[in-house]
Design a protein around this ligand. Structure first.
Ligand code: GLC
Length: 480
């Protein structure tokens, strides 16, 4: 058995702020249980629901003394759908309402990484591979290889770092390296842990992990360029031969229109026409839009940030509103975008709805009831909404970047292929041009639209294929 420990700050069903939580939940489930024994470790957050607390088993107690950090922690275990989750409980750092965004985040992440090593030692549990996710867990490889290198079983652990979003790197004052992580100054001096005059957790992970992966092949290429590399492009190029792109899938059991209790009417590819129609009418009714099965209903389910293309969507909106469409938006984000969406709702009653917040049920209802889902992202490491929407027969309209490019096959009307629409340059004109194209297809070529919907529903968006690629990489890293 190959023992793999996933190290992440979040995972469903316990805590989710973004797509990371979906991946850390779905991937372990999809790995071959006969060959891999997977555990997941994460912090015990306040927001974890009580029903989970009740099923948790106390395992151990650890001490974390590191620079100025002097803390203790309890380790709990919870089995969810056959996967063991280990929780690190420490009230100083984790007993808060939110997950990220605190002034002492550098100390919180440092504590977490050290606690993971201390936990392994205390529990005499030495995984063959630690699979770290994003910068929150990215100093672990360096800790194992430098600070704990006297312990053979820790030193020999292999590390795979997965970058879910390079825009977030964890860049802090260099003192973090000494005050919290207790590294020797010489590793700053020689450049190993240094990034300009700072310390940058993602950079440390990229340098010290045995392999680095990211969540699509296109994004793996993009991040090696100055445009998408966020200043780490040169370091990523330097790790180029150990850098892999493996596209995400989704958990096809959680997102299945044929079994989804959260939507008005369940459906599959055999009866999707009637199914989607009922879901659309129910959604319109619920959101206060005019009930009309014929009207094209488009939307976004997204964080409303610059990454997601909210600005080009907004600058195209007046042109879009000139057409015969209804629009539904779900998500929170930058306040200027939230404000604009609220204004639009006020000005366009019964045609434009903005739900400011996150609502799991409404998200499912939108995936089921919309005709078209817009994702005009500026950059998108992988993207999850486009995968869910395809499974529900809602066509994605995406910009050709990162995982959006790798997962959406734009309509080719000459060869009758495709499962959505896409555009290249990040501009309002290009977005509008493709929106108009989709609009024409919807109203004037209904047969072609049906073909696209069926293709979308048939697209394999499961984690199966990607899980085989990760398994391959796990075997490979052990022989490295
Ligand atoms: C981040 C990325 C998103 C990706 C997700 C899971 O949230 O922004 O594109 O799908 O991580 O890997």
């Amino acid at each position: 058995m190959i023992k793999v420990l996933f190290v992440s700050f979040e995972s469903l069903p316990f805590v989710k702020t973004g797509g990371l939580a979906d991946v850390v939940y779905a991937l372990p489930k999809a790995l071959d249980k006969n060959e891999f024994e997977v555990r997941v470790v994460m912090p015990m957050f306040k927001s974890i629901k009580e029903k989970y607390y009740e099923g948790m088993k106390y395992l151990d107690h650890i001490y974390v003394h590191s620079g100025f950090i002097n803390e203790e922690a309890n380790i709990y275990s919870y089995i969810n759908e056959g996967i063991e989750y280990l929780f690190i409980e420490n009230d100083t750092y984790f007993n808060r309402d939110g997950v990220y965004g605190y002034a002492d985040d550098a100390a919180r992440f440092s504590f977490y990484n050290i606690a993971v090593v201390e936990m392994m030692i205390k529990m005499d549990y030495y995984p063959d591979i630690c699979h770290e996710h994003d910068y929150h867990a990215a100093v672990l490889p360096a800790l194992c290889k430098i600070r704990y290198n006297a312990i053979e079983k820790i030193r020999s652990i292999r590390h795979i770092l997965t970058i879910h979003n390079l825009a977030y790197q964890g860049e802090y004052d260099k003192q973090v390296l000494f005050d919290y992580l207790a590294f020797d100054y010489k590793y700053y001096e020689n450049g190993d842990l240094r990034f300009n005059d700072y310390c940058n957790f993602m950079k440390i992970g990229i340098v010290f992990a045995d392999f680095v992966t990211t969540v699509s092949k296109t994004y793996a290429k993009e991040i090696q360029t100055p445009e998408f590399g966020n200043r780490l492009d040169v370091i990523l190029q330097y790790r180029g031969k150990d850098l892999y792109g493996i596209v995400n899938g989704i958990d096809v059991d959680s997102f299945n229109p044929a079994k989804d209790d959260q939507i008005e009417k369940k459906y599959s590819i055999r009866n999707y026409l009637a199914g989607k129609r009922e879901n659309k009418l129910a959604l319109q009714r619920q959101l206060g839009l005019a009930e009309s099965a014929e009207t094209m209903l488009i939307g976004m389910v997204s964080r409303l940030t610059f990454q997601k293309g909210a600005d080009i969507f907004l600058s195209a909106i007046q042109d879009i509103l000139h057409k015969d469409v209804q629009i539904a938006i779900l998500g929170t984000g930058e306040s200027k975008h939230e404000y604009s969406f609220k204004m639009l709702e006020n000005e366009n009653r019964h045609r434009f709805v903005y739900y400011c917040g996150y609502n799991e049920k409404l998200a499912h209802e939108m995936y089921a009831g919309l005709d078209l889902l817009c994702m005009p992202s500026l950059f998108e490491p992988c993207g999850i909404s486009q995968l869910i929407s395809m499974r529900y027969g809602t066509l994605p309209l995406v910009r050709e970047t990162g995982g959006l490019k790798d997962t959406v096959d734009p309509l080719n009307e000459y060869e009758n292929t495709g499962n959505g629409f896409s555009f290249g340059p990040y501009s309002t004109e290009d977005f509008l041009r493709v929106f108009n194209y989709a609009y024409t297809q919807y109203y004037e070529y209904p047969e072609r639209w049906k073909m696209l919907v069926k293709n979308a529903m048939k697209t394999d968006v499961s984690f199966e294929r990607s899980a085989r690629e990760y398994e391959e990489l796990y075997r490979k890293v052990l022989t490295k």
